[in-house]
Design a protein around this ligand. Structure first.
Ligand code: BV8
Length: 230
């Protein structure tokens, strides 16, 4: 079986009803997400940033994984450790769609990180109310999200998987944010076949060996069937 690396972005969750970063208006409460997803914004106005993430964490309760998430879970069931699934998304739809191993490069909405003791906790509710850390009781919990200017999680493991890949597939990402946006080229440089499944042209579409245009809920199940049929 081929060693497959998949990188997903907000587009794979769009048909489940979660907004992408670059939706038509691209604003949230009048702010650009890029201006809220930064340590500076959190320093300047923690409540605004908490409101941004509390709203998105709450929105998870009202959405469900779609056929694209479920197809990637089938791919994992067939390939096992030969599939390495990286997501830039902070939602839990891959897990709820059946994927058992999901590498969240940019953190997760359902995790809280204590700046006093360093502990991370599964978190379902609001952080804006400054709740005490379950481990140390200090009211220093922040969203466990990788903001702009912060180092992505799991990069050593990600680079190892990308460099060893036979196939690299990017799904539903605009290819604008690094280092995630550079992984396809790295895979190609190491000999992998690269494919992009996306609704519109991404910023780095020209660097993929193959590009397919369309909604993830249609393209991903088709592509998974092809990979499993090989
Ligand atoms: C770092 C979590 C270093 C937050 C996110 C200048 C040049 C190059 C780079 C930089 C630069 N200045 C700064 C940088 C680095 C910076 C960066 O790349 N900036 C960009 C804007 C230029 N990167 C960073 O800061 C990263 N960290 O570099 O650290 C370092 C190293 C060591 C030590 C210290 C520091 C960290 C970046 C992570 C930021 N956090 N997310 C949150 O979620 O709130 S980024 C966020 O936006 C996403 O996670 C994702 O990564 C990124 C892009 O979003 P997408 O997922 O692609 O979604 P988008 O809306 O853009 O696109 C959706 C796509 O789906 C579209 O193409 C659309 O066509 C498609 N689509 C829509 N519907 C469908 C669909 N496709 C299929 N089916 C559909 N139905």
């Amino acid at each position: 079986m081929p060693r497959v690396v998949v990188l997903t972005g907000a587009g794979i969750s769009a048909e489940s009803g979660l907004r992408t970063f670059r939706d038509a208006d691209g604003l949230w409460e009048g702010h650009r997400p890029e201006d809220v997803a930064t340590p500076e914004a959190y320093q300047r106005d923690p409540l605004l940033v908490h409101r941004f993430y509390d709203a998105r964490r709450a929105a998870l309760l009202g959405v469900r994984p779609n056929a694209a998430h479920e197809a990637l879970a089938q791919l994992e069931a067939a390939l096992g450790d030969d599939l390495f699934l990286i997501t830039q998304n902070v939602d839990d739809l891959h897990e709820r769609g059946g994927s058992g191993r999901v590498v969240h490069l940019h953190g997760e909405l359902r995790s809280a990180w204590c700046l006093a003791c360093g502990a991370r906790h599964l978190w379902e509710g609001s952080l804006g109310s400054a709740p005490p850390c379950p481990s140390c009781a200090v009211r220093a919990l922040r969203p466990d999200i990788v903001w702009f200017g912060e180092p992505p999680y799991w990069m050593p493991e990600v680079l190892e998987a990308v460099e060893a890949a036979d196939v690299f597939c990017a799904i539903g990402t605009s290819g604008l944010v690094y280092p995630a946006a550079g992984l396809g080229e790295l895979a190609a440089a190491r000999g992998a076949r690269t494919i992009e499944l996306n609704l519109d042209a991404s910023a780095n579409a020209s660097r993929f060996h193959e590009v397919r245009r369309g909604p993830a809920s249609l393209l991903v199940p088709q592509w998974v069937d092809e990979v499993l049929g090989e």
